[in-house]
Design a protein around this ligand. Sequence first.
Ligand SMILES: C[S@@+](CC[C@H](N)C(=O)[O-])C[C@H]1O[C@@H](n2cnc3c(N)ncnc32)[C@H](O)[C@@H]1O
Length: 362
Amino acid sequence: MSLSLAEKQSFDQQNAESFAERIGQILDSGAVAVMLSIGHRTGLFDLMARLPPSTSQRIASEAGLSERYVREWLAAMTTGRIVQYDPVRRTYALPPEHAACLTRGGALGNFAVYAQYVTLMGQVQDRTLACFETGDGLDYGDFPDFHQVMCEDSNQTVVAQLFDTLLPLVPGLRRRLEAGIEVLDAGCARGRALIAMAERYPRSRFTGYDLCADAIADATRNARTNGTKNVRFEVRDLTHFQERERYDFVVSFDAVHDQKDPQDLLRRLCGALRHDGVYLMQDIGGSAHLEKNLDFPMASLLYAISCVHCTPVSLGQGGEGLGTMWGWETAERMLREAGFAQIERHVLPHDPMNVWFVSRKA
Ligand SMILES: C[S@@+](CC[C@H](N)C(=O)[O-])C[C@H]1O[C@@H](n2cnc3c(N)ncnc32)[C@H](O)[C@@H]1O
């Protein structure tokens, strides 16, 4: 690289070298993230958490996978400092402290679930590049794995916390659910939260709407398999949602910012509530101001998901493409403008990436 004199004078060689080193670390970590996703999907992390230190042959055989691929994955996991390798015995071990955040039911949650968003971004790179050229959007169908990954994500942040943490945000709600009320989940996808509530509160009636037929088919199948009778799912484009004063409790979990018109949807959801109804909304908790998100947990991952998924799926519906990091300030303003008179905002320790709003009409 040849530099002009002015550039030579202002060029900080040490700064440039440490930045290049950081880029190298980022590339390495990105590759580890893809391998974390593979470890999750294959069940290798769950298996290794149960096994004593084992050879690649034993791990592959217990997993029913090809040893050659498992060995190469183990090498990436070893150099990534995820797995420990004993070169004398040629065994690999997943320390319990690592298993705590990389396995299903891990004590600290399962971060390998989120690694799947990294691989999902790679799957749609060509389509995303085309969007950069045209400014067009994408369709949910362009992301083959999206609803599976989203379902695993919300099983951790929503379903697992529903009864102990989330529903108690609304005082008196449990009593009303036990007595029997009408509940709507707007953008319910695979509907696991709604099914869990329906099973717990058999006197209440639960409705889930979502744009995506495959997600609704999965939700319906799951409810049928569980024999849950008081829940129904329907493919519905919420852009045209028009049900006045019909529900006592409306929820949306991470389903407003990527809509075609979030403000209009919030107005419609407010209108769908009875006078004493409550709306519980989970959405991404970053700020609307980029400079305030520098230290927000996994902010780059969220902006990247926004660039590749949330912004294009909103634009693809002819929407404004607010993006994942539309900001809690925007959300709060839109709730107010939608007609909610009381709005409470909560940030919960188990879920620092999201914000929870409890809103009432009166
Ligand atoms: C980020 S996902 C969240 C899904 C689910 N609530 C969860 O927590 O797993 C957003 C959901 O909103 C749905 N959605 C987006 N636009 C919609 C629209 N116009 N009408 C109905 N659903 C829509 C998507 O299909 C998707 O399932």
